[in-house]
Design a protein around this ligand. Structure first.
Ligand code: GTP
Ligand code: MG
Length: 503
């Protein structure tokens, strides 16, 4: 099973710009980086509730009087975007909600209210998830639809949680969440049968991992959740079984398991091993860190603040002008900057920049921003457009050459010129067509195969020409990895991952 992928491990990794340095068994050293978790409750910067990406435009933006002070504060702590991924019902929203509760963002009264509401909907155990799942449809069905967004911080890091939906119908929303993230928390249910269903073909555990890696999520924390469940009861055997099954798959997906991945057992619902370490009387075999410690000690390489500015737009709205939302992929943005919105080349001026609720005067790579602009109407912007340096704007194309790795075609179809799919690259979602297969690459030797290629099958690596109907903003993978890596999906399934090699 998946043998072909083993050979491709290196190749997929080349998509991710990983280094292959070795280190200890992937679990962060708890003694080195113990955060002062007790202080977190006193954190003055609190945001009471998660907001979905869609709901965010409604949020009132707080004007901060002393912009400079705020900016200094913002710049002192690093910022990381964490996407919660994993199969439906694994406990992503519950764990996200619990993190907010334990870090003092949600008070007991609100929890009691949610407990009652969950009970009224006959979904007693879902109350923690209600912190992240804010809309009625999500609460009634017990399933996340929109990517929930919330903030919390530890002593060293400001985190934005992006709570992705696990259901397969909402994979495009998950892609949007993962494309904004720096690190991922892969939530796996240890409950009898649930790990198995999530891990099977057709389960979302595998698809989410592959997508996350392709979308630039360089580090993964794999949390084995529901350890409190009666079918698990903190069993070391169950934990080890899940870890040993996940490791080969994570390797195949391009993760350096020793360097980029760590595992830990938790109970999201009970709030165990999240903010404080596990009690030995409950789980004698776990000596490792808790979730907050692990998140705190993850190191992530950041984009270059001096390179040309690029911020793919994921959403826009009207609020005293035009406001766009997105994550800075490269460069720095400052108040008063003159920039271009590509591909339309609309000249705009930066009126205000917000990180979370706070106004700042500049922001660099990795930051999720809301930027108020003058010189453009909200109607003239689409998600997938890119706020760009005016001197050195992002490339615009209707055709490009890419190296594709075919994962799994529907019904084992063949992949040939004329193949149509949906292209996902940064915040762009666009119909595309493969117009020509140029060259097949031998997955084993990595050398081009001389014979002319007319079609390929599952597992193949192939260089091809890809065409889109509308102009899109992309870059060569070698110049801006984040703007040059993409996925192809057909009928709701990811069929290939790729990198752009020529424009
Ligand atoms: P989607 O958003 O639909 O993908 O699901 P999700 O991963 O966000 O799962 P959610 O948090 O909604 O939880 C699903 C169910 O699992 C709920 O009934 C939770 O109470 C339950 N659950 C989550 N975490 C735990 C846990 O640690 N222990 C136990 N026993 N149940 C849990
Ligand atoms: Mg959820």
């Amino acid at each position: 099973m998946f043998v072909w992928m083993v050979d491709l491990e290196e190749d997929i990794r080349s998509l991710q710009l990983d280094s292959a340095a070795e280190d200890i068994n992937g679990v962060v050293n708890p003694e080195d980086e113990k955060p002062d978790v007790d202080k977190m409750d006193e954190d003055p910067k609190q945001e009471v509730q998660a907001q979905s990406v869609e709901a965010e435009p409604k949020a009132k933006v707080k004007e901060i009087l002393s912009v400079q002070d705020e900016e200094d504060e913002q710049m002192k702590k690093r910022h990381l975007n964490v996407v919660f991924i994993g199969h439906v019902d694994a406990g992503k929203s519950t764990t996200g909600g619990q993190i907010l509760f334990l870090s003092g963002q949600v008070d007991d009264r609100t929890i009691q209210k949610y407990e009652k509401e969950a009970k009224d909907k006959s979904r007693e155990s879902w109350y923690m998830a209600y912190i992240m799942d804010t809309n009625e449809e999500e609460r009634v069905k017990g399933k996340t639809v929109e990517v929930g967004r919330a903030h919390f911080e530890t002593d060293t890091t400001r985190f934005t949680i992006l709570d992705a939906p696990g259901h397969k119908s909402y994979v495009p929303n998950m892609i949007s969440g993962a494309s904004q993230a720096d690190i991922g928390v892969l939530v796996i249910s240890a409950r009898k049968g649930e790990f198995e269903t999530g891990y099977e073909r057709g389960g979302q555990t595998r698809e989410h991992v592959q997508l996350a890696k392709t979308l630039g999520v360089t580090k993964l924390l794999v949390v084995v959740n529901k350890m409190d469940d009666p079918t698990v009861n903190w069993s070391k055997e169950r934990y080890d079984e899940i870890e040993s099954k996940m490791i080969p798959f994570l390797k195949q997906s391009g993760y350096n398991v020793k360097k980029d991945v760590s595992f830990l057992p938790i109970s999201g619902l009970m709030g165990l091993n999240i903010k404080t370490r596990l009690d030995k009387s409950l789980c004698s075999w776990w000596d490792g860190p808790c979730l907050f410690e692990s998140l705190d000690s993850i190191e992530v390489p950041m984009g270059d603040p001096k390179s040309p500015f690029r911020m793919p737009i994921i959403d826009k709205f009207k609020d005293m002008g035009t406001v766009v939302m997105g994550k800075v992929e490269s460069g720095t943005i400052r108040d008063g900057d003159s920039l271009l919105i590509m591909p339309n080349k609309d000249h705009v001026k930066v009126v205000a920049i917000y990180i979370d609720e706070n106004r700042v005067t500049l922001a660099g790579p990795g930051e999720n921003l809301r930027v108020r602009l003058s010189g453009v109407e909200e109607e003239d912007i689409l998600s997938g457009f890119v706020l760009s340096s005016a001197a050195n704007p992002i490339s615009t194309v209707t055709e490009f050459v890419a190296q594709l790795q075919i994962l799994e075609l529907l019904d084992n179809a063949i992949f040939t010129a004329g193949y149509k799919a949906v292209l996902h690259v940064h915040s762009v979602v666009e119909e595309c067509e493969i117009v020509e297969l140029l060259q097949q690459i031998d997955p084993k030797t990595r050398k081009p195969i001389k014979k002319k290629v007319l079609f390929v099958k599952n597992g193949a690596i192939v260089l091809c020409r890809v065409q889109v109907n509308n102009v899109i903003c992309v870059e060569k993978f070698s110049d801006f990895p984040q703007l040059g890596r993409f996925t192809l999906r057909t009928e709701g399934k990811t069929v290939a991952v790729g990198k752009i090699t020529a424009l």
